[in-house]
Every structure is written in structure tokens, then in C-alpha cells.
Design a protein around this ligand. Structure first.
Ligand SMILES: C[S@@+](CC[C@H](N)C(=O)[O-])C[C@H]1O[C@@H](n2cnc3c(N)ncnc32)[C@H](O)[C@@H]1O
Length: 227
């Protein structure tokens, strides 16, 4: 398996958002962090022959990182068409050969499904700027529904929330690590040239427990006794 540094170098050519939208939290995942997540996933056996779904793929950084290894196929989903067009150009830039499907869809609208085994990789909107803390909750919900395993990047201080969320959905956090990255000043609320973002990355194994609820028979009301 090629090393993490090699992957980071391959991802260095990925172009970022041409016209980033603050309300969608369109800041790029840096190549170093993407390479760390994808290389870790590959070492854990979570890339090879798997269907990889990048929720909120933006310009495709995580999806392309996965495509540079040996997945079955890769699906990048984003609500905004513009970064997906950049993602298509990025696909040609990095020269990944694995099949990639770029899908314009609202992740939170429901209806996403894939075959198994599926691994979700994602750097979802955090909700940090809009008093919408844990906007990542809906992305985690989709991960729990479609993935066997997910790798997700959250803002600092999310451990308690992610742990409780996973426990509620019969998920198990197997790996967690902190990662700092910088994004260049691209929104009016950024006060310096670069913003340092403290993040936390989680690997979660999801149990396919949701469907059993559909099979639990409704307990009939107690029948009256006639003696
Ligand atoms: C932090 S960025 C991820 C960036 C991406 N990993 C990259 O490096 O380009 C979050 C992404 O989620 C997308 N997004 C936000 N809300 C969404 C939704 N409801 N459904 C799908 N994508 C959404 C944004 O358009 C943005 O591209």
C-alpha cells in the first residue's frame, strides 16, 4: 500500500471552491487531513472493494483520496452543483481510475441508499457559524442508515455528542483522534488570513439494527377475560 505522504502529494492538485457559500460551510478539507483519514481507513480494511460515499463532498477531496486506493466504487454527494463541477475537473487532475459517481442531492432529504459494504467518509457542515450546532447530526443519521463504517470530521468538543449519538444508534466508536487544520480567509466573518480549525475525527462501526423495528410485531391489546 502506498504511504500517506504519497496520497497527500497526489491530492495537492485538487482545486478548492471557486465561489464558496458560507451558509453551506464550503471550506476545503486540506490534503493532509484527507490523506490521514483515507490512509487510516485503508489500513483498517475500509477502502479496498468497498463502496465509499463522501457526504458533502464539495470539490471531492475525500472521495478522490478514496478513489486513489482500490475501492469498488466511490460516490460523492453534494447539494450544490458548482463544487461538483470542480470535482469532475479534479477527478481528471488526480487521474484516479476507480469509478466515481458525482451526485447532486440534499443529504438531509432522505432516500439515499447503497449496496453493502459501504463506508462513509465525510467532512460535514458543523453548524458552527449559524447557531445551528451539530448540523453534522443529520449527516451522522444518514451514515448510520447507509454505512457499515463511517469516518467523520467534526469540530472540537464533539466527542460527547458523537459518543451519545453512536450509542443511541447501536454504533461503536473504534478510533478517535484530534486534527488541526487551517482554512484560508474566504468568508466575511474570518478575521485573519487563515483560520485554525480544531477538529475531531471518529471511526464508527454501525450495526444494521434499524430494520428490525419494522419486524417487531405490534403487541395486541390484552383480550378481556370472560369466566
Ligand atoms: C466542509 S465542506 C466539505 C468540503 C469537502 N470535503 C471538500 O474538501 O471540498 C461541507 C460540504 O457539505 C455540503 N453540504 C452542506 N449541506 C448539505 C446538504 N444538506 N446536502 C449535501 N451537501 C451539503 C456543502 O456544499 C459543502 O460542500
Amino acid at each position: 500500500m502506498p504511504g500517506k505522504s504519497e496520497l497527500e502529494g497526489q491530492l495537492a492538485v485538487v482545486a478548492g471552491f471557486a465561489d464558496p457559500r458560507a451558509e453551506l460551510e464550503q471550506y476545503p478539507t486540506p490534503p493532509e487531513l484527507a490523506a490521514t483519514v483515507i490512509h487510516t481507513a485503508d489500513l483498517n480494511g475500509d477502502i479496498q472493494d468497498r463502496t465509499i460515499v463522501d457526504l458533502g463532498t464539495g470539490t471531492g477531496m475525500l472521495a478522490l483520496g478514496a478513489a486513489l486506493r482500490s475501492p469498488h466504487r466511490v460516490i460523492g454527494v453534494d447539494i450544490d452543483r458548482s463544487p461538483l463541477q470542480t470535482a469532475i475537473q479534479n477527478e481528471h487532475r488526480v487521474g484516479a481510475t476507480a469509478p466515481i459517481h458525482w451526485v447532486q442531492a440534499d443529504v438531509t432529504a432522505g432516500g439515499l441508499s447503497t449496496e453493502t459494504p459501504t463506508v462513509v467518509v465525510m467532512n460535514p457542515p458543523f453548524g458552527a457559524q449559524y447557531s445551528n450546532r451539530h448540523a453534522d447530526r443529520e449527516f451522522l443519521t444518514v451514515s448510520a442508515d447507509i454505512a457499515d463504517v463511517s469516518y467523520s470530521i467534526h469540530n472540537e468538543g464533539s466527542e460527547e455528542f458523537v459518543t451519545e449519538f453512536a450509542a443511541d444508534r447501536a454504533g461503536t466508536i473504534t478510533h478517535a483522534f484530534a486534527a488541526e487544520f487551517s482554512v484560508s480567509n474566504q468568508f466575511s466573518f474570518h478575521t485573519s488570513e487563515t483560520e485554525q480549525i480544531q477538529s475531531e475525527v471518529f471511526r464508527i462501526e454501525w450495526m444494521w439494527c434499524i430494520d428490525i423495528y419494522h419486524f417487531i410485531p405490534i403487541i395486541p391489546p390484552e383480550r378481556p377475560h370472560f369466566d
